[in-house]
Design a protein around this ligand. Structure first.
Ligand code: PLP
Length: 237
């Protein structure tokens, strides 16, 4: 076990390095670094570890599991940080999700959206969401087909307690970031093609894409939210 001081300096150093790589990538491709937000992915990490990241300056966290997030958000309620949901969301967990999360990245069905709208209404909230798109049409991956995304988003425009802010993708795993790039580009092109004619009441600004192994390519392709765990917290158990 590492002691807390060791872990603290490691997280601080890693976080700075990731922030710097994000800034350098932006400079290299002519983007304003203010347009890319870092989502520190804390699944499996303890509340104490998250606390160290908060003290090191992280303000936005991504969680994958509702129960785990409920515990951590409770423990860390005193901190003015934001929580995003990036895991697969079951419909019966929608009521917890709307209470905890500023943004839910993984909406991929009308059924889930309907439940989120209903639960958000109960607590008087407009829930911000992203639509998770299955760009590569892989079997067994969640996410809606690119062709069906427009229909879904058009239906969601009528939901008073949901606000669609953009798109999200989890590409298949490749060792080389260059092989993932087409998925990032595909997501950006889809967003742009949906924004062009426009859908009344909806403007898709966010692109949630890029993780530890490929976030630089994602930023070059237009990512506005990069979801990074390992590069900050080390390998998960
Ligand atoms: C775990 C996870 C990440 C972070 O992955 P790293 O490779 O550790 O950076 C990003 N997005 C999603 C959806 C995840 O589940």
């Amino acid at each position: 076990m590492k002691d807390e001081g060791q872990l603290n300096s490691e997280i601080t150093r890693n976080l700075k390095a990731v922030q710097q790589r994000i800034a350098e990538t932006c400079t290299r491709c002519g983007r304003d670094p203010g347009t890319v937000r870092l989502v520190s992915v804390t699944k499996t990490m303890s509340a104490e570890t998250v606390r160290l990241a908060i003290q090191a300056g992280a303000v936005l966290f991504g969680e994958n599991y509702i129960q785990e997030a409920r515990e951590k958000c409770g423990t860390l309620a005193e901190y003015p940080v934001f929580w995003h949901f990036i895991g697969h969301l079951q419909t019966n967990k929608a009521k917890y999700a709307v209470k905890l999360f500023d943004l839910i990245h993984t909406v991929d069905s009308l059924r889930l959206a309907t439940e989120l709208d209903r639960e958000a209404r109960k607590i008087g909230k407009v829930q911000k969401i992203l639509i998770q798109v299955n760009i590569g049409k892989e079997v067994s991956k969640s996410g809606i087909d690119a062709e069906s995304a427009e229909t879904l988003i058009r239906s969601l425009a009528a939901f008073p307690h949901l606000l669609v802010r953009g798109l999200m993708v989890i590409p298949p795993f490749f060792d080389e970031p260059e092989r993932v790039r087409p998925y990032f580009r595909g997501l950006r092109e889809l967003r742009d093609s949906l924004n062009k004619p426009g859908i009344s009441g909806i403007r898709l600004d966010e692109l949630s894409m890029g993780m530890t192994g490929d976030f630089e390519a994602a930023i070059e392709e237009g990512a506005t939210l990069v979801r990074i765990g390992t590069a900050i917290f080390g390998e998960r158990q």
